[in-house]
Write a protein that binds this ligand. Structure first.
Ligand code: FES
Length: 112
């Protein structure tokens, strides 16, 4: 068995298994900006479907599809623990709550 790192004592298969299992690990550099939109039930009940559509239209990417030009990705996540003030998202690592169409338009312009 060939080891990826003698210091870690891990095989290539073990490293690949971890990287391919967790969504936050990547095999190549990710997009410049990352939008993770909560798609769980409470955020959906508070207008999450419209917010998802608004993000898709403003950013020019489809939810869950690869980023266009490696600039912005739009991904789903499930419950950020802020259900009462949704719909919510994590944008470049920062929580954003109480999303509405005006806020999405402003955020998308900043990311674009
Ligand atoms: S359902 Fe979106 S934060 Fe809980």
């Amino acid at each position: 068995m060939r080891l990826v790192s003698a210091e870690l004592n891990l095989s290539r298969a073990e490293v690949y298994g971890v990287v391919s299992f967790y969504h936050d690990f990547r095999m190549a550099p990710g997009p410049v900006h990352q939008v993770k939109l909560c798609r769980a039930e409470a955020c959906q009940a508070r207008g999450g479907d419209g917010i998802a559509l608004c993000f898709e239209n403003k950013l020019g990417v489809r939810l869950g599809e690869p980023a266009v030009g490696d600039v912005v990705s739009l991904e789903a996540c499930y419950c950020l623990g802020l259900c009462a003030i949704g719909p919510n998202a994590i944008i470049d690592g920062a929580l954003v709550a109480r999303l509405d169409e005006a806020k999405v338009a402003k955020l998308a312009a900043e990311l674009g």
